[in-house]
Design a protein around this ligand. Structure first.
Ligand code: PMP
Length: 441
């Protein structure tokens, strides 16, 4: 898989003997598919709040983590996991209050039309299950995704994930549409997205394939973090649903208050998904993911086929999930995320006014994309420079990464636990790294 911020063999020379040894051990046991972040990979041993600590005791500000979203090792999550693990951990085939309490509390955060939840362990499994349900409901097989989408690792969803690299061959039942990129598309994104979805539906039908679902990550993270304007998905979604497709909102990235303005990313677009898939921050690092959907659709599937996921939604996982929901509510993480996201966006926009290498700045809550170009007029993607900046900022003690098909978008995704001082620390590191670039300023 191509990975814009991946360690390569060429970076090896600058590492210590001990680090090189660890890398060799990794290769020996984990094989070739695994990637490390950064030219100088991090060897982390501890996390606390917004900070990560390496083996030498140096701390790094984590501005890239959408898993330990409420804070590394948040004491309430740790305590909830430990207490439940010490009492009972079984599965969803026994009656259990904690599982049901969590399921009800989670559903309460969704619009009223979404009344069922099913638990999995990963976002990939949730998407996989959503596709099975969509196929069963529609009788179709065709799936529409964006051109550089990423939806996970099962056989089924990996086939819907062109971001995995050019070796991935799309199967005949999959159609891709252009990502709604307001910076690069050169036409209004809402109309372009809807027109592309219409074409994809027609194309599937022309090939004798009945379409089943439109599956979209509401923040288009792998497509380069495409956040605006809010509402741009409405036309395409309405069209797909009118044509009998289910709209599956992949909220693995956008969910759990990440966008600040809403608990769920799809709400920014004023759309009503049929199925919603969840993951990453759901258990703050404990493997917990799932699917939320319309009752009639989920029940229709369940009447045909039973469902059991050994670990999915077990009492310990649900205790972690409940603690995450409680922390989001009690620490007002959604409103804090919105305010801090605006502060951060304004800060990066100020940098953009001074550094022509920044071609575009976009964001929703605490998820920002900063597109770097070597020529603003021509919008020439600056991939090498993006890599350089990410690595320089890492040396300065702040963790971000890069994304997008052109590998030229800084992906900034701080923990929801960030405070104003942390956002300012991040902005200072970004500014210092930009100021050091030879052609900048
Ligand atoms: N969907 C999206 C949008 C994702 O970003 C990811 C993970 N990066 C997944 C699905 C898959 O989740 P998991 O790694 O938990 O299987």
């Amino acid at each position: 898989m191509t990975m814009p911020n991946g360690f390569t063999r060429d970076d090896r020379a600058q590492l210590s003997g001990a680090e090189q040894q660890l890398i060799q051990r990794r290769e020996r046991v984990l094989g070739a598919a695994y990637r490390l972040f950064y030219e100088r990979p991090l060897h982390l041993v501890r996390g606390e709040g917004v900070w990560l600590y390496d083996a030498h005791g140096r701390r790094y500000l984590d501005a890239y983590n959408n898993v330990a979203s409420v804070g590394h090792c948040h004491p309430r999550v740790v305590q909830a996991i430990a207490a439940q693990a010490a009492q009972l951990n079984t599965h969803t085939r026994y009656l259990h209050d904690g599982i049901l309490d969590y399921a009800e509390n989670l559903l309460d955060t969704f619009p009223a039309h979404l009344r069922r939840v099913m638990f999995t362990c990963t976002g990939s499994e949730a998407n996989d299950l959503a596709l099975r349900i969509a196929r069963q409901h529609t009788g179709g097989t065709g799936i529409i995704v964006t051109r550089f989408a990423y939806h996970g690792v099962t056989h089924e969803v990996a086939q819907l994930s062109p971001a995995l690299g050019p070796a991935l061959v799309l199967p005949p039942h999959v159609r891709t549409v252009r990502a709604p990129d307001a910076y690069r598309l050169g036409e209004p994104v809402a109309e372009a997205f809807a027109a592309d979805v219409r074409t994809a539906i027609a194309d599937l039908r022309a090939a004798g394939i009945r379409p089943a679902a439109l599956l979209v990550d509401g923040l288009f993270a792998s497509d380069g973090v495409l956040t605006g304007p809010p509402g741009f998905m409405a036309e395409a979604v309405a069209l797909a649903q009118a044509e009998g497709l289910l709209y599956i909102a992949d909220e693995v990235q956008a969910g759990f208050a990440r966008t600040g303005s809403h608990m769920w990313g799809f709400q920014r677009h004023g759309v009503q998904p049929d199925l919603v898939t969840l993951g990453k921050p759901m258990g703050n690092g404990h493997p917990l993911a799932g699917l939320v959907g319309r009752a009639e659709i989920v029940d229709g599937f369940g009447r045909q086929m039973r469902y059991f996921n050994t670990f999915g939604g077990n009492p310990v996982a649900c205790a972690a999930g409940q603690a995450v929901l409680d922390v989001i509510a009690d620490e007002q993480l959604q409103s804090r995320c919105q305010a801090l996201g605006e502060h951060l966006l304004a800060g990066v926009q100020r940098l953009a006014a001074r550094y022509p290498v920044i071609g575009d700045v976009r964001g929703a809550g605490l998820f920002l994309g900063v597109e770097l170009v070597s020529d603003r007029q021509a919008r020439t993607p600056a991939a090498a420079l993006t890599r350089q900046l990410v690595n320089r900022i890492r040396e300065l003690g702040v963790l971000i990464s890069a994304a997008g098909p052109l590998e030229n978008v800084l992906k900034i995704r701080p923990l929801l636990a960030f405070e104003r001082e942390h956002a300012d620390h991040l902005l200072e590191a970004l500014e210092q790294a930009l100021a050091e670039l030879p052609a900048s300023g």
